[in-house]
Write a protein that binds this ligand. Structure first.
Ligand SMILES: [Zn+2]
Length: 284
């Protein structure tokens, strides 16, 4: 039974195509064990993005999101989605926190004020740019662009430390990149990967397989490098999570069977998810 640890609902600025209830129904239909809504919380939005998309805030109303999750969980428990779901399916309260150096104080305060089942730590913006809109890559070759993203992710995760559970989409930077080099590979950044994977392993954090990354973006299709998972295992890493990063209910649990078998073929036997910030492991 799979748990989707990375999803967006109507509470995310870009999650307008689904709702907590619709996503729950889709996940139950697909036989998942649970879904965590990790709506976006970015304190900082680059100016270029503000111009392109006419928005200055990417935060959500945490009490409103959590109340809605409670409401739908009550419906599920009361049998509105069937007897099996009432026993075996649950929604979890999460957040995908956007790491950004100048927002550290706000982020720290945010975690003092709110509690979650699970926290995904991600880098969406760096160097005052939004990679989605391209300018991050200008003047950088693929190695500089990917390497600097990994360095930034590592630096901010180390800083956030106890306040997160899962490293979000480590190769997000490959999704919208302009280079023929489609994927972020272990052999290109062995030192950096070792530092990242060792940090996760030593602190019991989750390595997310964000299945949304492994699809076609124009003519490019990033792939997950199994050497990264192998190295994670060698360094003592145990926690792998599956996240569809869905922004619409049709994508919930996307490619989970494929990636679960992939993880198994590397040698891992279990997948992780979180309840009340506690790690749960389920056999594949
Ligand atoms: Zn994200």
């Amino acid at each position: 039974m799979y748990f989707d640890t990375h999803n967006h609902s109507q509470f995310s600025f870009d999650g307008g195509k689904t709702t907590v209830e619709k996503s729950a129904a889709a996940a139950i239909e697909r036989g998942l064990g649970g879904v965590c809504f990790t709506d976006h919380y970015d304190f900082y939005v680059p100016e270029m993005k503000q111009e392109h998309e006419n928005r200055v805030r990417e935060e959500f109303d945490v009490p409103a999101q959590q109340a809605e999750i409670d409401r739908v969980n009550e419906l599920i428990a009361a049998g509105a989605f069937g007897k099996k779901a009432a026993k075996k399916f649950r929604l979890f309260k999460g957040v995908e926190i956007g790491l950004y150096e100048t927002c550290r104080e706000q982020i720290r305060r945010f975690f003092q004020e709110h509690s979650f089942d699970e926290v995904v730590a991600s880098v969406h913006y760096l160097d005052d740019t939004d990679p989605y809109w391209g300018s991050y890559y200008k003047g950088k070759n693929w190695k500089e662009a990917y390497g600097h993203y990994l360095e930034t992710l590592l630096k901010e995760m180390k800083w956030l430390n106890k306040d997160f559970d899962i490293m979000g989409h480590f190769d997000y930077i490959a999704r919208y990149a302009p280079y023929p080099k489609e994927s972020v590979l272990y052999r290109d950044f062995p030192g950096l990967f070792d530092e990242i994977l060792r940090f996760l392993a030593e602190n019991g954090k989750g390595f997310e397989i964000n299945t949304k990354t492994y699809q076609a973006y124009g003519l490019r299709t990033p792939e997950l490098d199994r050497n990264i998972l192998l190295r994670f295992m060698e360094l003592g890493g145990e926690v792998i999570t599956l996240g569809s990063d869905s922004h619409e209910s049709a994508h919930i649990g996307n490619k989970f069977e494929y990636f679960a078998q992939y993880v198994k073929s590397v040698g891992f036997r279990r997948l992780g998810h979180y309840e009340n910030r506690r790690l749960k492991m389920v056999t594949i």
